[in-house]
Design a binder for this molecule. Structure first.
Ligand code: FMN
Length: 428
């Protein structure tokens, strides 16, 4: 699906102070700014001036101390996304505002009302990144001890979105198809309506990030845009083809779903400068920071072992908080290659969460984006700046104009709503 003006979609995924775990230690970084309202207002204006579709914030429902594994040293605090986006709504007038909200730990009536409110105050710029919450420490914050099993989480997610849809339809006086089934089922049993008029763009744009078969099916059924990790063009194309195929099976048109892989970037005025900057940011993460970073990701405190020791794989698998088979699959190559804990953790901190990382000049980045779009590998990118706010500022100043010159990125917004920016048509 293409924009009237530009065919590349750009989202800014703004996590804490940037993509790399050591980035906050750069002399130009301003880690304390993540607690400052003005920081978010400036960022909102910046990406709006560069004509991005949307800003996205993640959520974090597990304990803030990560069971002792100190995000303060990782400096990626995740403040409540709804609050941040409400502040940004006041500082901007066009850019979309996508908030992550879990369907495992909320209730449909409340979430439907919150998104209606964000749509009202932003005049139709809300989006919902629907997540099912994978971190096994999360239930402890909700009076529970066990995370629901994944297929159950996705079953609840589907029922949750169907129920929220009833509230939004009611608010607009639209007939809600299977109202009775959505209101009373294995997951929910409620009555009542939102006593609101229809909000601008009727409901938030629905966004998802499913990787597992259950996650992909859920995304293919419900999402209008999807995040995914895609380290190569082939990975992007294969994910996009798979989602399109699943969408057809659910009776949807593939072009109704935009595929937006993550893309981290480090820019320099020459390739050498960008490489040097990349090395600098990686060097900012010392061995212990890298070990803490992986510890948080697998839910097992590796700092209790010497950094040069081999992985105590059986002990990790027996005691980690994430599903043992996932952690074993992740660590087995390191064990087979005889990597020490420090070696593997350094590698892991270089390429967080499997997303593509670009290192080079603004011109090369614009070219790369065009190549991916032309190859059908994606509909746009969920940008994750290597450093914040410097790399985002560089992108907006240097790369966005190049994308506009290439006719890839809009020069002006064509309408007021996020749905307009995404070319998703009028009201769903
Ligand atoms: C770009 C991106 C952002 C994500 N943000 C969040 C988030 O903020 N909160 C969350 O619980 N999960 C988040 N996830 C994780 C996904 O929702 C999902 O749990 C993960 O991709 C695994 O999918 P699966 O459970 O279908 O395998 C994100 C995933 C991606 C790719």
């Amino acid at each position: 699906m293409s924009n009237k003006n530009g065919r590349l979609h750009l989202w800014a995924f703004l996590q804490g102070i940037g993509f790399f775990p050591g980035g906050w230690r750069d002399e130009g970084a301003t880690p304390r700014a993540v607690f400052d309202r003005g920081y978010y207002e400036r960022l909102g204006r910046l990406v709006e001036e560069a004509r991005f579709d949307a800003i996205v914030f993640g959520d974090q429902l597990q304990g803030r101390d990560a069971a002792g594994r100190t995000p303060s040293r990782l400096a990626i605090p995740t403040l409540d996304p709804f609050t941040l986006l409400s502040v940004m709504a006041g500082a901007t007038s066009r850019v979309g505002l996508v908030s992550t909200v879990s369907t495992t730990y909320n209730e449909p009536a409340e979430v439907a009302a919150k998104f209606a409110a964000l749509n009202f105050v932003s005049q139709g710029r809300a989006g919902w990144n629907i997540v099912t919450t994978a971190h096994p420490n999360s239930p402890w914050n909700f009076g529970e001890t066990e995370l629901l099993e994944k297929s159950q989480r996705y079953a609840r997610a589907k029922a949750f979105v169907d129920a929220a849809e009833v509230f939004w339809k009611d608010a607009g006086g639209k007939p809600a198809g299977d109202r009775a089934a959505a209101m009373a089922n294995d997951w929910f049993n409620f009555s009542g309506t939102l006593d609101f008029p229809t909000s601008p763009q009727y409901r938030p744009v629905l966004v998802q990030a499913g990787q597992s078969p259950d996650g992909r099916d859920f995304a293919a059924q419900t999402a209008e845009a999807i995040f995914c990790p895609a380290p190569t063009i082939d990975a992007g194309r294969s994910y996009r083809d798979d989602i399109h195929e699943r969408a057809r099976r659910f009776g949807r048109k593939p072009e109704e779903i935009l595929i937006m892989p993550g893309l981290a970037f480090v820019l320099g005025s020459t390739e050498e400068e960008a490489q040097a900057k990349h090395k600098h940011v990686l060097d900012l993460a010392d061995d212990l920071l890298c070990v803490e970073y992986l510890s948080e990701s697998i839910g097992y405190d590796l700092t209790q072992h010497p950094v040069n020791a081999p992985f105590p794989i059986e002990e990790i698998v027996a005691r980690c908080e994430f599903p043992a088979e996932d952690v074993r699959r992740m660590l087995t190559p390191a064990v087979e290659a005889n990597q020490s804990i420090a070696d593997y953790c350094r590698d892991y901190a270089r390429k967080p969460r499997g997303h593509a990382i670009f290192v080079g000049t603004p011109d090369q980045l614009a070219q790369r984006m065009e190549t991916w779009i032309d190859a059908g590998a994606c509909d746009g990118f969920t940008l994750q700046p290597g450093f914040m706010p410097q790399e985002l500022e560089l992108f907006c100043k240097e790369v966005a104009p190049l994308l506009q010159q290439r006719g890839l990125l809009r020069n002006e917004y064509q309408g007021p709503t996020l749905r307009d920016h995404l070319g998703l048509g009028g009201q769903a």
